[in-house]
Design a protein around this ligand. Structure first.
Ligand code: ADP
Ligand code: ASP
Ligand code: MG
Length: 454
């Protein structure tokens, strides 16, 4: 059984969706399809619920969304009629939810998750209908109804893998045995209490890995509009090259530290069952793309790829003897965790604990630290306009001269490095720089390790 995931980039227009159908139609192995919302739709719905609207605005908004999806249905009258009925049910529900939010002028994390899950509920109908028009026996399924069970954390849920294996696996096998190609909504599951919970933005990659675990898949294919995992974000380095093989650890570090090509937690479920992940391009279906698996080969010059995070901040807690005070680090991390703040990375010295957090969490972090720690520390220092760069490659930590090459080229470009973290991972270093230097730093590292002619 194969899991095949198609992201929003593949679901952007008729032409791309035909490529998706081609890829599915030529696959002979049993398969389950995971699908993202049509390109831009989740962004669009999330943006719309940022403010409250009049009835007329909501009506027009839903009308536009409907137009966008109807345009993607195949030119088959019967199938279109059936699909339109299913789509209309979703649009009615969405419209009702939007009225509710605007009337009450209140949106809870639970309602937000339910509303933004609509993108996938719509796109799965479109793709299954198109596959049927191609003569394939396909049906759409909502992942909450199917039993993708989560821990219930709204906006950043984690799947209960064992539960998913028990509840979803047998259903997918039964469908497949009956000759059905299931098209399943990505991005969300259902909490033990019965509420829709999303996996965080870009979460369909993670859904694919969860489904791969549930079905003990032979491979999890993540289909994109890029060649695979590249040596850098192709938007930052247009000459980025495809990386053929990565280890689970390498891919996990890159995804966690910003490589948008994979949701940060995609690797874990696959790694648990040793299932390879293939990142492939719908525009080049004959290319094997990038393979992520247990052991990967080392590149001659060690580095595999460089990633970045743009919207982060450093928060430094100063206190003499900080590194020596028992419980200091524990108290800080407990306070941050209670406030639901993710610490990307932390380093300590005798006088300071420095943490990297999401920029949008700065205010919350300052408040909670001030309240929790009282006179425990001397001062807090926040730096907001920073970016994080992560360089990844197996053997990086044990190979002499790699760090020196990275920092030499960064310094040669007049870029100052603030925090450095090395040693925690054997495959990655990360460090922070001024945000304005991001592009030139990526460029410089990429030119050093992946020169244009190589
Ligand atoms: P999808 O909608 O298919 O999930 P995304 O837009 O989430 O696709 O991810 C693909 C994008 O990830 C690419 O367009 C690219 O700009 C970005 N990206 C960032 N880092 C990398 C990388 N190392 N390799 C490939 N793509 C990357
Ligand atoms: N549609 C969701 C998002 O845009 C999930 C995904 O595309 O993976 O974040
Ligand atoms: Mg994505």
């Amino acid at each position: 059984m194969k899991v095949m995931k198609f992201g929003g980039t593949c679901m952007s227009n008729n032409e791309m969706m035909t490529k998706v159908e081609d890829v599915i139609a030529r696959e002979k192995e049993e398969k389950v399809i995971l699908v993202s919302a049509v390109a831009g739709v989740t962004d669009n719905i999330s943006g719309f619920i940022e403010s409250f609207h009049s009835d007329e605005e909501i009506e027009n908004y839903v009308k536009e969304l409907k137009k966008l999806h109807l345009k993607l249905l195949p030119p088959d009258e019967d199938l279109t009629k059936e699909a339109t009925t299913a789509l209309d049910q979703r649009f009615n529900k969405l419209e009702t939810l939007l009225y509710g939010v605007s009337y009450t002028e209140e949106i809870t994390p639970r309602t937000r998750d339910l509303i933004i899950s609509m993108g996938e509920r719509l796109s799965s109908i479109v793709l299954a209908t198109r596959l049927r028009a191609r003569g394939l026996n396909s049906s759409f399924f909502n992942s909450d109804e199917l039993g993708i069970i989560t821990d219930g954390v709204h906006g950043n849920a984690t799947a209960d893998l064992k539960e998913c294996e028990r509840s979803v696996g047998p259903k997918i096998f039964a469908l497949s045995k009956a000759g059905v190609i299931p098209v399943v909504t990505g991005f969300f599951g259902i909490s033990p209490g019965g509420h829709v919970t999303t996996f965080g933005r870009g979460g369909t990659d993670y859904s694919a890995s969860v489904l791969g675990f549930a079905c003990s898949a032979s491979v999890i294919e993540i289909w994109k509009d890029v060649d695979g995992f590249m040596t850098a974000d192709p938007k930052m380095a247009t000459d980025a090259k495809q990386v053929d093989k990565l280890s689970y650890e390498e891919a996990a570090e890159l995804a966690y530290f910003g490589a948008k090509v994979l949701h940060p937690r995609t690797v874990f479920p696959a790694m648990e069952k040793d299932i390879p992940i293939a990142v492939r391009n719908v525009l080049k279906p004959d290319s094997a793309g990038s393979m992520i698996f247990k052991n990967s080969t080392k590149r001659k010059n060690i580095l595999k790829s460089v990633s970045y995070l743009r919207n982060i901040a450093t928060i430094k807690v100063f206190g003499t003897g900080a590194g020596y005070k028992t419980g200091f680090l524990r108290d800080i991390s407990e306070a941050m965790s209670e406030a639901d703040i993710n610490i990307y990375s932390a380093t300590t010295s005798q006088t300071c604990v420095a943490m990297l957090i999401e920029k949008s969490d700065v205010k919350k972090a300052q408040d909670i630290l001030e309240k929790m720690l009282g006179g425990y520390y001397e001062r807090l220092e926040v730096t907001e306009n920073i970016a994080l760069i992560c360089t990844v490659g197996s053997g990086l930590a044990s190979t002499r001269g790699i760090a020196a090459r990275v920092f030499k080229v960064v310094a040669a470009n007049d870029v100052n490095v603030d925090l450095i973290s090395a040693g925690a991972s054997t495959v990655a270093y990360h460090f922070t720089i001024d945000k304005k230097d991001l592009q030139k730093t990526i460029r410089a590292i990429h030119d050093e390790f992946f020169p244009k002619k190589s």
